[in-house]
Ligand binder design. Structure first.
Ligand code: GLU
Length: 297
């Protein structure tokens, strides 16, 4: 019997905090083409859990721009803010295993703690996004945690990364462009799984959704590669399969500078209003049109 081939499922997962930008459109193109070339499925997911920064108008505009570019998707668009119960359920599973803890620190307290420890013998550990959380609330006594929660103290929920690393054991993942990569479970320290203002975080919801949506190939910018280390950690803890990854290079301008979201003249909307066609936009990215284009990173 012929082996059963798993069909390719990719996704584009924009956060609607602004109009679709040339750099993000490139990510959409990569995910779209990888699915289409394999006769697989291309999904779109709106990552709008940061309720203060995301806007419905941007979501509508991003979807319109994708259609205009000819990057049609399969099935319904999944909007994360409609699925908080899914993330809460998975967070409860980690909690039941003692792998998470509530953190009551304010941003200012964390900064003070980091500044104070900078001169201490074990200087603060740094992650890809700056100093790591110093772990202040990790050792709070259970009774004190209960007391603070009962008193209505605001808190986020963090992963106990050392315990989680021990529970997960060593792991690795495959990036198509870089080969096998050894997982670094402590890279982001005790990162946030549920924020004070939202019952989830980017790291938790992206991992849960890639699993629930059956994504087999995650294509995204190489700036997100550090996060993959902790996404795979969460997959291990939650018993999910690990997809393949292809972190692509980022589009740069003529001088090699990475395009920033603030370059407003490089939104798809603005390019279109200035008379560019979808073909012009794809040429700006790499040359070629969707279907003929290949990920050259
Ligand atoms: N929502 C993320 C962003 O817009 C994308 C994350 C991902 O592709 O995993 O940067």
């Amino acid at each position: 019997m012929a082996p059963v081939m798993q069909s390719v499922v990719t996704r584009f997962a924009p956060s609607p905090t602004g109009l679709l930008h040339l750099g993000s459109a490139y990510s959409a193109l990569v995910a779209h083409n990888r699915a289409r070339e394999a006769g697989g499925r291309f999904l779109v997911r709106i990552e709008d859990t940061d309720i203060r920064r995301c806007r419905r108008e941007y979501e509508t505009a991003i979807l319109q721009d994708l259609k205009w570019l000819g990057l049609g998707w399969d099935g319904e668009v999944r909007r994360q803010s409609d699925h908080f119960t899914d993330y809460g359920r998975e967070l409860d599973r980690l909690d039941a295993r003692g792998l998470v803890y509530p953190c009551f620190c304010s941003r200012a307290e964390i900064e003070r703690e980091i500044a104070a420890s900078a001169s201490a013998p074990h200087a603060t550990l740094h992650g890809p996004d700056g100093p790591l959380y110093p772990g202040t609330c990790r050792n709070l006594a259970p009774a004190e945690r209960k007391r603070r929660i009962a008193a209505g103290r605001e808190h986020c929920v963090r992963l106990d990364s050392a315990r989680s690393a021990a529970a997960a054991g060593p792991y690795d993942f495959v990036d198509e462009h870089r080969g096998r990569i050894k997982g670094q479970p402590l890279l982001m320290g005790d990162f946030v799984l549920a924020r004070k203002d939202t019952p989830t975080s980017y790291h938790l919801s992206v991992t849960v959704d890639d699993h629930l949506q059956g994504v087999t190939l995650v294509t995204r910018g190489e700036d997100i590669l550090p996060s993959t280390h902790v996404h795979v950690l969460l997959q291990r803890l939650l018993g999910y399969a690990t997809p393949s990854y292809a972190h692509h290079g980022l589009i740069t301008d003529g001088t090699g500078r990475r395009l920033a979201k603030r370059d407003e003249d490089l939104t798809i909307r603005s390019l279109r209003e200035r008379g560019k066609t979808p073909a012009d936009v794809f040429k700006l990215m790499a040359g070629g049109a969707p279907h003929q284009w290949r990920d050259q990173s």
